[in-house]
Write a protein that binds this ligand. Structure first.
Ligand code: C2E
Ligand code: SIN
Ligand code: SIN
Ligand code: SIN
Ligand code: FE
Ligand code: FE
Length: 390
């Protein structure tokens, strides 16, 4: 984190930041990028983003260089999600309620007249010392507050934590506005995909939404680690991860072609029924046959090939090993883990221990062993995603 504190230059840079944010389609990836960008420009150690749902703010994204540096290389910060009401009692709540930027020099010395207090629980739990906090509403062009961004602990010349300057305030407000438009658009893309899945009435809509979100999030995390292990450049990783987050959600759209009596059957399928079930891969890939964009191409690969097996005994094409597109090999592990650990009309959920044993046993036969290894390596992150989408 180091950026020249030259106001004009920073504002000029905001234009290109806006364009860059507009090219990201997935909401989670966008939030990470927004937060990173804000911290970079403001030379800050940490930060977080809250997203509004109805009258609450949900903690959705967190970065902290100090805490990250204490982790083994390649490990990510694990945080629990929680929500706070939009009222004037918390700093984030106040910024959302009033639509104002708050520049607090030291959260442990908030003046007594202020209605809000800093919740010291976060520092206690994470063994971190929050000092300065710059908070801005994420406000759309229609004046709607869709969330809050908090930038924490500006870094001084000696690496010490200092306060944010007054000049940082209009900057973070502008960034909040630009980010809000991009986030609104990303939310629309994801909710359109979820609506498509719901319209098809694949299953109980709630379970379906959570399942596809989990499979999407697991897959993009696995890909990110795969990309780093293979020295793929950062831009390519980011683009591919973004598309995969969404494309993986659509892996089973072809199930709209499967009759309800089969799809929702409480017991085991007969051979004949299973043959019909297998067609969901072929039907699903047909939906993306136009292949306009990278997202279409990836969605098609995944829909068609997510039930192929590494040993060539899968369906529909019996592809083997590296013939199977990487993205489909990744979704295969993510999908089966999620199917194993979730309740289905035909089965009870397995414990993590049982599910991981099956995945490990089938490494190299059903699954690409490299992908299984990555999945097990990042299982902490997988579990935190699972806790987020229940
Ligand atoms: P799904 O429920 O999303 O499961 C995806 C994949 O997870 C399955 O692909 C399978 O590889 C794995 N999986 C799910 N449950 C188990 C399990 O209990 N043990 C093991 N070892 N693996 C499991 P598969 O088999 O190609 O099935 C594709 C889809 O067909 C399933 O998607 C589900 O919708 C349906 N299906 C499969 N078997 C049955 C069944 O016995 N009854 C019903 N009603 N549907 C089934
Ligand atoms: C906030 O107030 O902005 C977040 C919650 C807290 O720190 O009290
Ligand atoms: C879906 O993935 O589209 C829902 C069906 C399932 O639970 O696999
Ligand atoms: C992609 O761009 O589809 C991921 C990289 C690969 O499939 O090799
Ligand atoms: Fe499937
Ligand atoms: Fe599935």
């Amino acid at each position: 984190m180091n950026y020249p504190h030259n106001s004009d230059e920073r504002f000029r840079h905001l234009v290109s930041v806006g364009l860059e944010l507009a090219s990201i389609k997935d909401e989670d990836i966008l939030l990470e990028k927004v937060l990173y960008t804000a911290r970079y420009f403001l030379n800050a150690d940490a930060g977080s983003i809250y997203i509004r749902e109805k009258d609450r703010l949900f903690f959705r994204c967190a970065q902290n260089d100090t805490l990250r540096k204490k982790l083994p290389p390649g490990k990510k910060l694990i945080y629990t999600t929680f929500s706070i009401p939009i009222d004037d009692k918390s700093i984030a709540g106040y910024a959302a309620l009033k639509g104002e930027v708050l520049n607090i020099k030291d959260v442990y010395k908030i003046e007594h007249l202020a209605p809000y207090r800093f919740n010291t629980d976060y520092d206690r739990v994470s063994e971190y010392r929050t000092k300065s906090v710059l908070t801005a509403p994420l406000m759309t062009s229609r004046g709607m507050v869709i969330g809050v961004i908090q930038i924490i602990n500006a870094i001084g010349h000696e690496g010490e934590f200092v306060s944010f300057s007054d000049a940082d305030e209009p900057f973070v407000r502008h960034l909040g506005n630009i980010a809000a438009s991009a986030i609104e658009r990303a939310q629309l893309i994801r909710s359109t995909i979820l609506r498509m899945i719901k319209m098809a009435e694949l299953r109980d809509p709630e379970e379906t939404g959570a399942h596809v979100n989990r499979v999407g999030a697991y897959s993009s995390e696995i890909y990110e680690t795969w990309g780093k292990n293979h020295n793929i450049n950062e831009g390519e990783i980011e683009r591919c991860k973004d598309a995969l987050r969404l494309a993986a959600m659509l892996h089973d759209v072809g199930k709209i072609s499967v009759p309800d009596t089969i799809l929702k059957k409480p017991g085991r399928l007969t051979d004949e029924e299973f043959e019909k079930m297998k067609n969901h891969t072929i039907y699903g890939s047909g939906i993306f046959s136009d292949c306009q964009s990278e997202l279409d191409r990836m969605s098609k690969d995944i829909a068609r090939h997510h039930h192929e097996r590494w040993d060539g005994k899968g369906y529909p094409d019996g592809l083997q090993g590296g013939e199977i597109p990487l993205t489909a090999r990744i979704v295969s592990v993510a999908d089966v883990y999620d199917a194993l650990s979730s309740e289905r009309s035909y089965k009870k959920p397995l414990s993590d221990e049982e599910a991981l044993k099956i995945i490990a046993d089938e490494s190299g036969s059903h699954f690409d062993d490299e992908i299984v290894k990555i999945f097990l390596d990042i299982f902490d992150t997988i579990k935190s995603i699972k806790a987020r989408y229940i």
